[in-house]
Write a protein that binds this ligand. Structure first.
Ligand SMILES: C[S@@+](CC[C@H](N)C(=O)[O-])C[C@H]1O[C@@H](n2cnc3c(N)ncnc32)[C@H](O)[C@@H]1O
Length: 239
């Protein structure tokens, strides 16, 4: 099974492809001081809900990089009312960006596409102009497990702020997913994949979709729900 097809099924009913709400994402309008003339780069933009909202209301120049063409079909469906959006249907790995050229660099839930958090911050900071804004949304540790099984755990928010500081940027705001936000996101995946499997009993990927869906669902219930959260960090690059 092509993993891109799996995610197209699991996320077919949602446009914000992260455990966060439209209301919380709207806070970024202020935190990023969104206005006409800004340039925005979105790494792993998916269906690009956030940039599309901004480009409907402001004359921004947005660029999205996304590996899944099915998501870009949605992103391109309706031209924005005021801004201009360009989408690159490719992997961020090897994608060349003019250094220090964007006012805002977004990476919401896609750091794994570049590597680890420090590598992602290197990439984002290099693309942002001095004084520009970076917006990184990622898994964070909320409650360290009582019994450690030796696994590598994500950083907590304090740890993330420290890493961002060491990348010459200052965090000015955080926005966190609630337990309900995360539960809704995981449940969307589970519900959409089970519905798809009922609708496509003879599809060659039927068994694999069901198997991955169950594995991810149990991973959420066992590993994610008790200890992990998801937080957006907004930071200004020094300069
Ligand atoms: C969790 S989703 C987030 C999508 C979007 N940023 C949002 O918040 O709605 C992660 C996205 O990264 C994309 N992605 C994964 N690997 C990638 C790569 N190597 N290059 C570009 N995009 C990638 C996925 O296809 C997916 O759309």
């Amino acid at each position: 099974m092509d993993p891109l097809n799996y995610w197209a099924i699991a996320e077919r009913d949602i446009e914000i492809q992260n455990p966060i709400t439209d209301r919380k994402l709207r806070l970024l309008d202020d935190y990023c001081d969104i206005r006409d003339g800004l340039s925005v780069l979105d790494i792993g933009c998916g269906k690009a809900w956030l940039m599309r909202q901004w480009a409907d209301r402001h004359a921004i120049e947005g660029v999205g990089i996304e590996i899944n063409p099915r998501f870009l079909e949605v992103a391109r469906r309706k031209p924005p009312a005021r801004g201009r959006l360009t989408f690159h249907s490719t992997s961020v790995k090897g994608f060349r960006v003019e250094p220090a050229s964007y006012d805002i660099v977004l990476c919401l839930g896609a750091s794994f596409a570049i590597g680890d958090i420090p590598a992602t911050l290197d990439w984002m900071i290099a693309a942002a102009r001095p004084g520009g804004t970076i917006v990184l949304g990622d898994i964070t540790l909320r409650h360290p497990p009582v019994v450690s099984r030796g696994q590598v755990l994500p950083l907590d928010t304090i740890g993330m702020i420290g890493v961002i500081d060491r990348h010459d940027a200052e965090v000015s705001a955080t926005i966190s997913a609630s337990d309900a936000d995360f539960e809704r996101y995981a449940s969307h995946h589970r519900h959409a994949t089970l519905t798809w499997a009922r609708e496509h009993p003879d599809h060659p990927d039927h068994a694999e979709v069901l198997s991955k869906s169950r594995q991810d669902w149990l991973h959420y219930q066992r590993e994610i729900r008790p200890v992990l959260g998801w937080t957006i960090f907004v930071a200004r690059k020094y300069g």
